[in-house]
Structure formats: structure tokens, C-alpha cells
Design a binder for this molecule. Structure first.
Ligand code: UTP
Length: 489
């Protein structure tokens, strides 16, 4: 499409305001605006305006035919130890065979934390103040060493944080990982619109573009060539986690094993909700498919519903940890599954054409007025469009959900203060270290919440969970005294 065609396609779509300041832009800025405009799928924007923005009453979630999703309980909560051991062995075999890659979604804007920089560079650990990326790097390295196959690590960035993220890894020598196995790629972006559906300008020469949500990761994995690289490397299993949760098991053999043994295309971890109104998505079954119903879509009465035994009926909270089959990601990304690829259960394809829906988020969006002057809105002035990765679940065959302990695996840094903040995350890491110490019989003073009096820290290279920690601890010829500043690597 040439320049005139591009501009007239915007005018024809009622989006001519995008070029309102065209005549006063320098040539280089004109080129940049054109490049951004060419990224926009006008038909998609038109469809989203029709279905999400202009529709009166907005979209309402379909809550018909819902029931709680079954899940694999932890042995301590009544699950079968034999099944967990079998899953662990299957996952370990996959790791030894090099079938698994780690995948971090790190393209978010992190507005709530308000930290100036990519969230993965945020200093998170209690003692050494290691950044999130370093914690993951050490975990991934440790798993690779344990199973004799270094892992590939895929990191999805955004246009806004890509260069800074890459530079951070270069600066820190990839935290000891082989640079050839760490892969960065940008996610897609979407234009924001005002409440009349008109694409907003951020400046006279740039569109208000923002990342297309963590659901955009499936498209981006495909578009970036990451899926092809995985295929060439013999990787068929993607271990997905978010950038904000340092206590996640980046690569968990038992989880991978449950996924593989079930022939699942996409699997998930759950934690029992902490209280009925906890703001998490709920794993449910709807007409035979696994779905996540957000707390904001689920009526309070339903969130509080109990079973005859007095337990919460909708108890399974989503914590955004998944295992994804490589060819399933390709199918969801719009690239058809390659013949003969994927597991046998996948062959033949799915009659449904899988498309991830966009969600509407009303936000304050920096823009310009009719004179091209900057406007910093006090309240929401427009709509951003985002895809959510869990919307892929209903398209997946044989999905499994397994339980994990909240204290063992979920303490995200979302907010600057209060819940899910650097402080709560620091304390949760300390509690985890204290539990590992207690489990090996070390003397450690804690308060009633399990928080140790001493600030200690253990590198994932020493131990990345209770079992690996215990192994290394037993090997220490002299056991260290637990005191402020104890660090083991
Ligand atoms: P959040 O939902 O916490 O969003 O992302 P956020 O953008 O990081 O933070 P806020 O809402 O602005 O405060 C959960 C995970 O999904 C990733 C984030 O980087 C984080 O790991 N994510 C989110 C993306 O990779 N891309 C997106 O477009 C959105």
C-alpha cells in the first residue's frame, strides 16, 4: 500500500484524525507515523469498536452452564502420591530429553508498581536485592544442570521495554546463562481508541499504542519465529510464567509430567482461594470446556457459594502459570498446525477456528487536543484492547489443572504498597527460606506468620525448592548458623 492509499484507508474507516497534524510533521516523523499506521489492522479495530466500545451496555460474560473445574490435589491435601510421583518422573524425562523451554511474559506496562524500567529488572530478593530476571535465570540454570540439558529461555518484551531488557541481560552477562539460549522478542501492540472508537494520538506524530496483552504471547511466539526455533531444537513443551512472581517454579517437572501424561495442549496451576472474594480468576467447566471466569464477572453470591461440606464451591484460583504445547500455540496464533506435528491427539485439528478474544480496559490515555497540545487525563478517556492467555484454555484438548501451594509458588509484585507489593513478596520469600531451613532441622526463629527474625537468602543455584535445598544442605560438611545476612549459593 502506498502513502496515499494508506491515508485514504484511514479516512474511509472514519479514522482520518490520525493524520490531523500530517502537514506540520517533519519528514522523519511522517515516516514514523506511517509505519505505525501500517501496523494497525483497521478491520480489527472496526470490529472491536462495534463489539466492545460502541455497543450499549458493554459485553457481559456468559455465566451459563458453569461448574467448578476438577483439579489434581496435592498429596498433602488428599491427592495420590503415586500419581504425583509418576508425573514427576515423566516431567524429569522430558527435561532430560531437552523437550522443555522456559517462557516469561514480560511485556506488561507495570503501571501499578510505578517502577521506572522493565519489571524484570526490579530488585526483589530480601538480601542480595537480585532483580526478578536474575532469580529466574538462576532457577533455569539450576534445572538445566540438574537434568543435564541446559534450557532455552524465551522472554516476551514490549516495544517500550525491549531494548532496555536486552541491554540489562548483556550488562549482567546473561546471569551465567548461555546467551545463545536466551531469546527476546517483542509482543504486538494495539491502538487505543476514545469512547467513540476513534484511534487516539499520543503526540501529533505518534499513535497511542499499547501491548496487546499476555494473550498476545501466542501470536508473538509464532510471528517471531520462536516456535520454529523450538521445533528445530526438539522442544515441544513451553513452561509459561509471568515476570512478577519470583517464587514461581519456572520449570516444574511434576506439572510438566501431568501435562504430558494427559496429552494436554495447555495446562494450569491453581491455588485454593484465600477467601471467597479474592480477586483471582476461577477455573470452571462450561459445556465441557475449561474456562477461567474473572472475579469481576462472577456474581458475589457465586464467589461465596459453598458445598454441603462447607468448602467454597468455586475454589480454584488461577495464578497464571501454564504449560503450553508448541503446536497448540501455533494453532492459536493463526498459523495452522503443521501436519504430523504435535502429539497424536492433536492430529486432525480442531473443527473450531480458535481465535482469542480481545477484552476492553478503560484507561487514562495520554493524548493530544485539537491543537496538538498534550492532554494528561484525570479519568479514563479511552479504551485499550488486550488478549488474555487463559482464553486459550477452552480451545485446548485434555487440559489439566493441578494444585500448588500458594506459599510455595505465588507472591507477585503488582502494587507499590499493600497487597502483592515488594514488601509482601520479600516477606513471602523469607518465609519460604525459613520453611526450607526448618524442614532440614536447622534452628530458625520465626514469628506466628513464619517470618524469620533473620534476613537470609538462598540462591536458586543452591536450592530452588524444599527438596533441592535439603539435598545441598545435607552435603554441607559444616552447617551454617542461621543469622542475619546468611546467603548460600
Ligand atoms: P499484569 O496483568 O500484572 O499487567 O501482567 P502489567 O502490565 O504487568 O501491570 P499493570 O496492570 O500495568 O500494573 C501480568 C503479566 O503479563 C505480562 C506482564 O509483564 C506480567 O508478567 N504482560 C501483560 C505482558 O507480557 N504483556 C501485556 O500486554 C500485558
Amino acid at each position: 500500500m502506498n502513502i496515499e492509499q494508506l491515508i485514504s484507508s484511514f479516512r474511509a474507516a472514519g479514522q482520518g484524525q490520525v493524520f490531523a497534524f500530517w502537514d506540520r510533521l517533519p519528514a522523519a516523523a511522517q515516516q514514523e507515523l506511517l509505519a505505525q499506521a501500517a501496523e494497525v489492522d483497521l478491520a480489527e479495530v472496526e470490529r472491536l469498536n462495534r463489539t466492545l466500545v460502541l455497543k450499549s451496555g458493554g459485553a457481559t460474560a456468559d455465566l451459563t452452564d458453569l461448574s467448578p473445574a476438577p483439579y489434581e490435589r496435592l498429596p498433602v491435601n488428599g491427592g495420590s502420591s503415586a500419581k504425583w510421583a509418576e508425573a514427576q518422573a515423566a516431567g524429569e524425562a522430558a527435561l532430560r530429553a531437552g523437550r522443555v523451554a522456559a517462557f516469561t511474559v514480560a511485556g506488561g506496562q507495570g503501571t501499578r508498581l510505578g517502577y521506572d524500567g522493565p519489571k524484570g529488572t526490579f530488585a526483589v530478593t530480601p538480601l542480595r536485592k537480585k532483580p526478578l530476571f536474575q532469580v529466574f535465570a538462576e532457577k533455569i540454570k539450576a534445572v538445566g544442570l540438574r537434568y543435564g540439558r541446559p534450557l532455552h529461555w524465551f522472554i516476551m518484551t514490549s516495544h517500550a521495554n525491549h531494548a532496555q531488557t536486552e541491554a540489562f541481560f548483556v550488562q549482567h552477562k546473561y546471569f551465567g546463562l548461555d546467551a545463545g539460549r536466551v531469546h527476546f522478542f517483542r509482543q504486538g501492540r494495539m491502538p487505543a481508541v476514545d469512547f467513540a472508537g476513534r484511534i487516539l494520538l499520543e503526540t501529533p506524530g505518534t499513535l497511542a499504542l499499547s501491548p496487546d496483552g499476555h494473550g498476545g504471547s501466542l501470536r508473538a511466539l509464532h510471528r517471531s519465529g520462536a516456535l520454529d526455533l523450538m521445533k528445530a531444537e526438539g522442544i515441544d513443551t513451553i513452561s509459561y510464567f509471568q515476570v512478577d512472581n519470583p517464587i514461581v517454579r519456572c520449570v516444574d517437572p511434576a506439572f510438566i509430567g501431568f501435562h504430558l501424561l494427559a496429552g494436554s495442549e495447555m495446562s494450569s496451576k491453581m491455588v485454593p482461594k484465600a477467601y471467597p472474594e479474592e480477586k483471582v480468576g476461577h477455573f470452571c467447566i462450561q459445556r465441557g470446556k475449561l474456562v477461567v471466569v474473572e472475579y469481576s464477572d462472577m456474581p458475589l453470591a457465586m464467589q461465596r457459594e459453598t458445598t454441603p461440606a462447607g468448602d467454597l464451591r468455586y475454589n480454584a484460583g488461577s495464578i497464571a502459570i501454564h504449560v503450553i504445547d508448541r503446536e497448540f500455540a501455533r494453532r492459536l496464533a493463526g498459523g495452522s498446525m503443521e501436519k504430523g506435528e504435535g502429539r497424536r491427539e492433536n492430529e486432525g485439528g480442531n473443527a473450531e477456528v480458535p481465535v482469542l478474544p480481545f477484552h476492553r480496559a478503560d484507561k487514562k490515555i495520554a493524548t493530544v487536543d485539537a491543537a496538538g497540545q498534550p492532554v494528561k487525563p484525570e479519568k479514563a478517556n479511552g479504551v485499550k484492547f488486550e488478549m488474555f492467555v487463559f482464553d486459550a484454555l477452552p480451545f485446548a484438548r485434555n487440559s489439566v489443572v493441578i494444585e500448588t501451594g500458594r506459599a510455595d509458588e505465588f507472591s507477585p509484585v503488582k502494587n507499590a504498597e499493600g497487597v502483592d507489593s515488594p514488601q509482601t513478596c520479600r516477606d513471602d520469600q523469607l518465609r519460604q527460606f525459613a520453611r526450607w531451613l526448618k524442614a532440614v532441622g536447622a534452628h530458625v526463629e520465626t514469628d506466628a506468620t513464619g517470618l524469620p527474625a533473620a534476613a537470609v537468602e538462598f540462591s536458586p543455584l543452591f536450592g530452588y525448592d524444599a527438596a533441592t535445598f535439603a539435598e545441598r544442605w545435607q552435603q554441607l560438611p559444616v552447617k551454617p548458623v542461621v543469622a542475619d545476612g546468611l546467603y548460600l549459593e
